[in-house]
Ligand binder design. Structure first.
Ligand code: FES
Ligand code: FE2
Length: 439
């Protein structure tokens, strides 16, 4: 459990909060590229870390993330005209570039005064970078800005990855905890019947082999080992496998809000998620799948769009079809005969149970046990980093973009083998760094 003070510290990411300050030392996805398809197209309203902002793609394709308020008299630039290199407020025609520079002030006669206004008035604008099908932004102080983290999929050709996003109707931290808590697979995503056709139907969305299903079903108390590296944590969970062996599911937590999933065996497609707070009671989950060895096929992309693996089935506004308001379309008959949840989709099962903890989970009432070790270490890492930053120590992870180039995945190993050795055997590196990996 956490004290109420620590629960507040962990979960609040608005502008004046310590956790908000920590998040603002890291680049965050703020939209999919697909949401701003056209230069000079309509601006978007976005809310990130409690800040209401506008996003627009200018004539040259560059993207501006700016204050919604025109500095003249506060009109909303959502209604602005995106034209010829900037966004023009349609109240009196002031115009701004993607970096917030004032390009035109037609309410003032040309001359010294207008020049002074054009030179001195700026629209609040945050830097953006577009990569991996996402628009990333940095909302922190310019002097502490570091390069974009080098996630492996960001270094691959476009053909090798797929990204999606979905609304998650709870605080970012419990969504992140759900992603790192790999013990839950033995129930939340599991079929309840041994019949092969039922198991196949339930597990098909995950593309998990029958041995791993059996191992996860038979051992609901995985033993966790945590390793620290410059960008975050390796979270290894060992279940009993076949005699003399452990089945390891190894995930990654990368500061401040990224998780890589533990399922992929060598050659498989890898998956990850990033939980970006909107306010304190909802977040956007960005989901990515990548295969380092080959392009993803059209049928794989179609499955991801239909809500397989980490991806949800969403409408045109990225709202999951199965969500809080409709009880995730739970089917009580199938809950009896097929799966523990009676809900379709791994992503939706995760969302249901994470949302069900409350808009902001009350961690003062918990009773944690050994399988919660990963969650405990995640909290300790984040609370420690937020407190350290308050005391003047910058987060080391932000300054180590190459350390984000890691993988999570599955491995079968002799029962006595410790996690560091399993990592080296599975990934060629104790922390799963992708530069060392050939399979
Ligand atoms: S309020 Fe925007 S130009 Fe006047
Ligand atoms: Fe899950």
């Amino acid at each position: 459990m956490l004290s109420e003070t620590d629960n507040i510290l962990l979960t609040r990411t608005g502008p004046a909060t310590p956790m908000g300050a920590l998040f603002r030392r890291f680049w965050q996805p703020v939209a999919l590229s697909a949401e701003l398809p056209d230069s000079d197209g309509p601006p978007l309203r976005v809310t990130v870390l409690g800040e209401d902002l506008r996003l627009f793609r200018a004539t040259d394709g560059g993207v501006g993330l700016v204050s919604p308020r025109c500095p003249h008299r506060g009109a909303d630039l959502f209604f602005g005209r995106n034209e010829n290199g900037g966004i023009r407020c349609v109240y009196h025609g002031w115009k701004f570039a993607t970096d917030g520079r004032c390009l035109a002030v037609p309410t003032i006669e040309p001359g010294l005064q207008r020049a002074r206004v054009e030179d001195n008035i700026r629209l609040l604008a945050y830097p953006t970078i577009e990569r991996g099908g996402m628009i990333w932004a940095y909302l922190g102080p310019a002097e502490h800005r570091q390069p974009l983290p080098e996630f492996e999929f960001l270094t691959l050709p476009d053909s090798h990855w797929f990204v999606s996003k979905k609304l998650q109707q709870c605080n970012w931290a419990q969504a992140a905890e759900g992603g790192l808590d790999t013990a839950h697979f033995s129930f939340l995503h599991m079929s309840v019947a041994d019949a092969a056709d039922v198991t196949d139907r339930v597990m098909d969305r995950i593309s998990t082999g029958s041995d791993t299903v059996r191992w996860m079903r038979d051992d609901g108390a995985p033993r966790f080992t945590i390793l620290e590296h410059p960008a975050g944590l390796v979270l290894g969970a060992a279940r009993r496998g076949d005699p003399g062996e452990n089945y390891w599911r190894i995930s990654q937590f990368l500061l401040p809000n990224h998780g890589l999933t533990p399922n992929a065996f060598p050659g498989d497609t890898y998956h990850g998620q990033t939980w970006v707070p909107i306010g304190d009671e909802s977040c956007w989950t960005y989901c990515y799948s990548w295969n380092p060895h080959r392009p993803l096929t059209e049928s794989e992309r179609a499955r991801y769009r239909a809500g397989f693996s980490v991806h949800a089935e969403v409408d045109a506004h990225y709202m999951p079809l199965r969500r809080r308001e409709n009880d995730y379309l739970i089917d009580r008959a199938r809950q009896k005969t097929e799966s523990y949840t009676g809900i379709d989709g791994v992503s939706e099962q995760d969302a249901c149970i994470q949302d069900s903890q409350g808009l902001i989970a009350d961690r003062t009432l918990e009773h944690l046990g050994p399988t919660d070790l990963g969650v405990v270490r995640f909290r300790r890492t984040m609370l420690g980093a937020a407190r350290a930053l308050e005391a003047g120590t910058e987060p080391a992870a932000a300054a180590h973009p190459a350390a984000y180039r890691v993988r999570g995945g599955g491995a079968v190993a002799p029962a006595a083998m410790p996690l560091t050795e399993v990592m080296i055997r599975r990934f060629g590196d104790a922390f799963g760094h992708a530069d060392q990996i050939r399979s």
